[in-house]
Design a protein around this ligand. Structure first.
Ligand code: FAD
Length: 303
């Protein structure tokens, strides 16, 4: 029986693990991957005390800290959670099941998908959700970027320096990004901007070969031969696994109070998975620490 099981090992879950161990709680972290979104951040310049680091470096340091404090991190996916009659929780991953007195949900966000046929099959075979991570694989190739916000414009700008040709495809008629970024992209001779258009089909067998793009105005379709497609249309929470236990908002974010308490006694949540307006590493760390201290207090009061 663990005092707390933390779901997710992004900065939020890691901070919760550190604070739980400092309170001598028997804690376990279960996470699909190590580090969450931070591993995609190529340069981090807004963490106090650290002028510059990469996401991978930061997470490696935090991971070591968590390990040194004696908290185990299991790489696995939580698939089912049930509340038992004695108020404990049964957490199942498919491979294993665990019992915990409290749960800290730090499940963060995942990249939004276009939800087109072939998208999952060709992810990692031409389709990527992170230009900063996978961009260098497409040197001198033709690529497309889907999206019109800062992430998409940034991806187009990054790829214009790596790829031979970049198509930037956005469904609206105007970008929703910083003007300076839009101007920088418009300035690139190898970027072709295709507005008011959507990707209608992803084509390829072993790897991505082409996409079909349809104009929302004329309904005309064109086919683009590309090696890479970067889908940069934002991030969303995936919280179905806790849907039967805690209250969520319309976006699927887990609703919490200021102490990280959810609508279910014994379950706390923190970081990007909650409706907090600003989603940043330091904010996740603060909320993760708060959730762990609240879980500790909850157990103390139950004694
Ligand atoms: C490209 C990029 C660059 C960024 N740069 C910065 C920056 O410079 N500075 C900054 O402050 N912020 C930056 N951010 C934002 C920052 O990364 C996030 O705010 C932060 O990672 C949120 O942490 P989190 O732990 O709440 O969630 P996440 O980092 O999303 O971690 C969630 C974890 O939960 C796991 N998980 C989810 N569901 C399950 C399940 N069912 N079972 C087991 N595990 C599960 C995931 O695998 C993951 O490990 C950046 C984000 C991106 C995408």
């Amino acid at each position: 029986m663990f005092d707390t099981i933390i779901i997710g090992s992004g900065p939020t879950g890691m901070a919760a693990a550190i604070y739980a161990s400092r309170r001598m709680m028997k804690a376990l972290v279960i996470s699909k991957n190590i580090g969450g979104q931070v591993i995609w951040a190529s340069d981090i310049k807004n963490y106090p005390g650290i002028e510059f680091t990469t996401g991978v470096d930061l997470i490696n340091k935090i991971r070591q800290q968590v390990k040194d404090l004696g908290v185990e991190i299991k790489t696995d996916e939580v698939k089912k959670i049930n509340k038992n009659n004695d108020d404990s929780f049964l957490i199942e991953t498919g491979k294993n099941s665990y019992l915990a007195k409290t749960i800290i949900i730090a499940m963060g966000l995942v990249p939004k998908q276009l939800n087109l046929a072939n998208e999952n099959e060709l992810t990692g075979r031409g389709i990527s959700y992170c230009a900063n991570c996978d961009g260098p694989l497409f040197k001198e190739k033709n690529v497309a970027v889907a999206g019109g916000g800062n992430a998409a414009l940034d991806a187009a700008e990054v790829m214009s320096k790596i790829a031979a040709k970049v198509y930037l495809i956005y469904r609206n008629s105007q970008f929703k990004a910083f003007e300076s970024l839009v101007a920088a992209v418009k300035d690139k001779s190898n970027v072709e901007i295709i507005l008011s258009s959507e990707i209608s089909k992803i084509i390829g067998k072993e790897k991505l070969e082409k996409i079909r793009v349809i104009s929302n105005i004329s309904q005309e379709e064109r086919e683009l031969n590309i090696d890479g497609l970067f889908i940069e249309i934002g991030h969303e929470p995936k919280t179905d696994v806790v849907a039967n236990l805690v209250e969520r908002d319309t976006l699927g974010q887990v609703i919490v109070d200021l102490s990280g308490k959810t609508s279910c006694d014994g379950i706390f949540a923190a970081g990007d998975v909650t409706p907090s307006e600003f989603k940043q590493i330091i904010i996740g760390c603060g909320q993760g620490a708060t959730a762990a201290l609240s879980a500790y207090k909850y157990l103390q009061l139950k004694k």
